[in-house]
Design a protein. Sequence first.
Length: 369
Amino acid sequence: MNTYKLLTPGPLTTTDTVKQEMMVDHCTWDEDYKNLTQKIRKNLLKLAQVKEETYTAVLIQGSGTFGVESVLGSSVGSDGKLLICANGAYGKRMAQIAEKNQLSYLLYEENYDKIPDAKKISNLLDANPDITHVSMVHSETTSGILNDIAAVANIVKAKGKTMIVDAMSSFGGIPIAIEQLGIDFLISSANKCIQGVPGFSFIICKRAALLECKGKSHSLSLDLYDQWETMEKDGKWRFTSPTHTVLAFAKAMEELEEEGGILQREARYRKNNELLIARMEELGIHPYIDRTHQGPIITTFFYPENHNFSFEEMYQYIKERGYAIYPGKVTDADTFRIGNIGEIYPEDINKVCDLIEAFLATKQEAIAI
C-alpha cells in the first residue's frame, strides 16, 4: 500500500477520518442514505451562501467533466449559442464537449498565462447577439492561474446572458459570490477543495435557469433536469450512486466546517502556496504565472536553467520519499506543477522543497563527476 501524499489539484490527500467513512457498504434505497444525499445538497447551498428558494444543488455521477458536460448539454440546447472563454486545457475541453454535443459555440482563447479579458468578452457579445450562454473556468489548473470571474459575470449578466462557471478546483477553497454575481450554473467536484474522494460532481444551479433545461439534453445519464427532478423528490439518484464517495463527502463537509469554513481553508491554502513559491525561488525555480493572477491551488514552475534531468527522474525521486507532484501541462515551456490543497500543511511544503533541493544536488554532483 502506498503512503505518499498527493501534491496535486485533485484527487488529493484526504484525512484518515474521511477514508474511514468508506469502510461501510450502503444500500441506495435506505432512507438514511437518501436523507444524507438531501443533507449534502442543502449543505452545499449553505456553503455557497445562496438562498434555497433561488438556487438548488444537483449531484451527478462521474468526474467533474461529467458535470460540465451535463450543464452544457442540458442548458444550451439546439436553439442556443455558447461563448467559451478559454486560457487552458479545461476551457478548451468545453469546446470538445460542445462539438460532441453538436452545440453552436464560439471559442475565445487567451494565452495560458493571461486571464480572459472582460472587455474583449463584452465586444464579442456585442458582435454576436445570438450568443445565449457564456462559460469559463475559475481556477485553471493547466497553469494555476485564477481567472477573474467577477469581471466577466458582471458583463454577462448586464447583457442578459446565462453564466456558467467551472469552479472545479476553487469551490470550497476560495470564496465565490455566486448569488451576487448572478451565476446560473457553478460546477465542482467531490475530490477537490472540499477534500472528498472522486466519484461525483455537483452543480449549484439557479432554479429558473435549471427549469429552462427541461427536454434539452440529448443524453440520458447526463440530463441535468431529469437528475434534479428525481433527486428533488426524496434524495434518490436516478442511477447507481457512488455510495462510498457520498459517505466520504459528507464527512469531508463536516471537516471543512470544523476547520472554520471556506475562509479558513483558503488561508491555509494561501499560506502553503506562498511558502511553496518562496522556497522554490530560493532554489532558482520560478513560477509560470505572475503573482497578480497566481491562484492558491496549484503552481506551474519553469524548469531551472540548464537543467539536466527529466520530470520522470524528479517525480520518482520525490515519490519514493513520500510525495507525488504533477507534470507540466502548458505547451510553450518546460514546466512541472505542484499543488498545495488537500490535507497538506507547511511542513509538507518544506519537506517537498527539501527533496527537490536534494534531487538537484545529486544532478550537480553527477555533472561534477
